[in-house]
Ligand binder design. Structure first.
Ligand code: GLN
Length: 300
């Protein structure tokens, strides 16, 4: 019976094994995994409706509780995450989509809302779960996207997400390491978007256990100064004149990333957008053409 599991949980709460803290709310995560496994509505969960559960589901639930105790993110346990009001499949080969990244997607949607009848070509660099490209193509009806990532495993999750949202015919996937140069393309892009790894290598080991212990390090580590991907993309990207390059950035990278755009000499309208906590979160700029006048790759 599910009530047995609930009394076990009560016991864990009473003896302090499950304790909610400011940024960590295991009781909430537990409700998510249990509702997911037993297909329970919020109300049924809250009133503790009792019913018989299969042995298989019961052991799944116990495993999930152990995983939560070991700080595994709830999204990796359920294999799902909501982003831009859409559901995405995730696993440990992909970063968990963050609300901060919705600021980036909304910025781009807003930028192109006047042009929504025109066909738009988007390139998503380091697509991970594909959450950015899939949301953009879902909400911008005339958009198509190319998604690249260095990880084959991440690309197959992104492909599944495109399929789940019936966008497979509008999104293509390519395994490519952006640090080895800009990918070849038959057309110029209207928009390049990226939420690249941007954490300084020395800071990665200081991240919370639920992040560094489970999320792919290659999706987090932005090199010695955290800027390696911004430098490379700003330096090597090819866009339509007037096209948009938009990045998610770390809270303290607004100034340095704007400066990289500035130094390249081929962008205008450099703009920083803040997230809901008031931190710099997105830097974008409009492509004016030309080749970079500054070899950004060689500057640290
Ligand atoms: N584009 C994906 C996201 O925003 C993955 C980003 C990454 O792996 N750095 O979630």
């Amino acid at each position: 019976m599910i009530s047995e599991l609930f009394s076990e949980l009560e016991h864990l709460k009473e003896n302090g094994t499950i304790k909610d803290e400011e940024n960590f709310s295991p009781s909430f995560d537990i409700s998510i995994v249990l509702r997911d496994i037993f297909k329970l509505s919020k109300t049924d969960y809250l009133i503790g409706k009792d019913f018989t559960v299969s042995e298989n589901d019961y052991s799944k639930a116990l495993q999930a509780l152990n995983d939560l105790k070991a700080l595994k993110p709830v999204q990796y346990i359920t294999g799902k995450c909501e982003f831009m009001s859409l559901e995405f499949i995730v696993n440990e080969n992909t970063l968990i989509p963050r609300p901060d990244t919705e600021i980036l997607v909304e910025y781009i949607l807003n930028h192109f809302k006047q042009n929504s009848n025109r066909e738009l070509r988007i390139l998503d660099i380091g697509t991970g779960s594909g959450c950015i490209a899939v949301s953009l193509v879902h909400y911008l009806k005339n958009a198509r996207a190319v998604c690249i990532d260095i990880s084959e495993e991440a690309l197959s999750v992104a492909e599944e997400n495109a399929k789940a949202h019936k966008l497979s015919d509008k999104i293509t996937f390519l395994r490519h390491n952006i640090l080895s140069g800009f990918p070849e393309s038959d057309f110029e892009f209207d928009c390049i978007v990226s939420n690249p790894p941007y954490i300084e290598t020395s800071v990665v080991s200081t991240l919370e256990e639920n992040v560094k212990g489970y999320e792919p390090i290659s999706a987090l580590d932005g090199g010695k100064d955290g800027l390696i991907f911004y430098r490379e993309i700003i330096n090597s990207c090819k866009l339509k004149k007037g096209g948009l390059l938009a990045f998610e950035i770390g809270y303290n990278q607004g100034g340095t990333v704007s400066e990289l755009f500035n130094k390249s000499g081929r962008f205008k309208d450099i703009e920083i957008t803040k997230d809901l906590s008031g931190n710099d979160r997105v830097v974008s700029a409009v492509f004016t053409g030309g080749i970079t006048n500054n070899n950004l790759r060689n500057t640290e």
